[in-house]
Design a protein around this ligand. Structure first.
Ligand code: SAM
Length: 219
């Protein structure tokens, strides 16, 4: 795939800005709780309130949803909950060295139901390998969806990966209805635990995105 120079320049500037933002938000090594596609922030604000010792960061690509999330956080006066406008893979690639994941939450991700759009799904093996590269043994991945087929795909993917082990007995730490959960007639949940298997450092490129320009610094 070839990209126009203007497009590449805009992407490079956006990525540089994100790196600056994350350098300020996450100046020192720490483990974070990351929610991908946080939507209106219902889950993360409550989770951060109930876990004041955890540092929570939610990302979404829709500005209006992030604004609502930020208002909820401000009303709750939480210093441990932050929202960043970013595409998930770009956020991952822009993380400063030393930032690791204690937990990764993905609640009702866009299912991309048409077969020709399947490649747009976020929860593929490369994503799991990437988060494994920044997650110590015992870190947790929480996934919930009302899309049966996406759920089965993720279930099958996790089963092939030495870096993650599904834990069917693991509790769901917080039941907090999100906007998309409220619309779902039923849903499935999956919890996976990071194993001790080593994970290589990974860069993520989304569909239709140019590859990251520079090699990632080690976590
Ligand atoms: C179906 S909604 C679910 C929102 C929320 N988790 C909920 O349960 O109500 C999916 C969310 O993921 C966001 N999103 C989709 N693709 C994304 C990506 N690549 N990076 C970050 N956010 C993304 C969308 O903007 C949307 O807010």
């Amino acid at each position: 795939m070839t990209f126009k120079p203007e497009f590449l320049a805009r992407v490079a500037e956006r990525r540089a800005e994100l790196q600056r933002t994350l350098g300020v938000l996450l100046p020192a090594p720490r483990a974070i709780v990351w929610e991908v596609g946080c939507g209106h922030g219902h889950f993360l604000v409550r989770y951060a309130a109930e876990h004041p010792g955890k540092f929570c960061v939610g990302v979404d690509i829709i500005l209006d949803r992030l604004a609502r999330s930020g208002k909820k956080r401000d009303r709750a006066q939480l210093a441990n909950c932050h929202f960043v406008r970013a595409e998930a893979r770009e956020f991952f690639n822009a993380l400063p060295a030393g930032i690791t994941f204690e937990e990764v939450w993905v609640l009702f991700p866009d299912p991309w139901p048409k077969a020709r759009h399947n490649k747009n799904r976020l929860l593929k093996a490369d994503f799991f390998n990437a988060i494994a590269s920044r997650a110590g043994e015992g870190a947790r991945f929480y996934f919930r969806t009302d899309h049966e087929e996406y759920f089965r795909e993720v279930e099958a993917t996790v089963a092939t990966l030495p870096t993650w082990r599904r834990d069917p007995a693991a509790p769901w730490p917080l039941e907090q209805e999100t906007v998309f959960q409220a619309r779902a007639p039923s849903y499935h949940s999956l919890v996976a635990v990071r194993t001790s298997h080593p994970a290589p450092a990974v860069e993520l490129a989304g569909p239709g995105q140019p590859p990251p320009a520079a090699p990632r610094s080690p976590a």
